[in-house]
Design a protein around this ligand. Structure first.
Ligand SMILES: [Zn+2]
Length: 67
């Protein structure tokens, strides 16, 4: 199990889900850690994998979904 490199929060324990997007591969889920770090998780048949991780921030980040 991986953890957040900034605050040590377990990646398996979702702190906050920002948005979900369905993709051909499955689902992409944007989440925000307890420290404010944004994460992009790609959810496929094998489970969720953190594919990108932002720096901690106190700013509120909203995903603009034009669909
Ligand atoms: Zn964190």
């Amino acid at each position: 199990m991986s953890t957040c490199p900034f605050c040590g929060w377990p990646d398996d324990d979702l702190y906050a889900v920002v948005s979900r997007h369905h993709t051909p591969e499955g689902e992409t889920v944007w989440t925000r850690c307890a420290c404010g770090s944004l994460q992009v998780r790609v959810v496929g048949a094998g489970g969720a994998v953190v594919s990108a991780r932002g720096r901690p921030s106190r700013e509120v980040v909203r995903c603009e979904d034009g669909a």
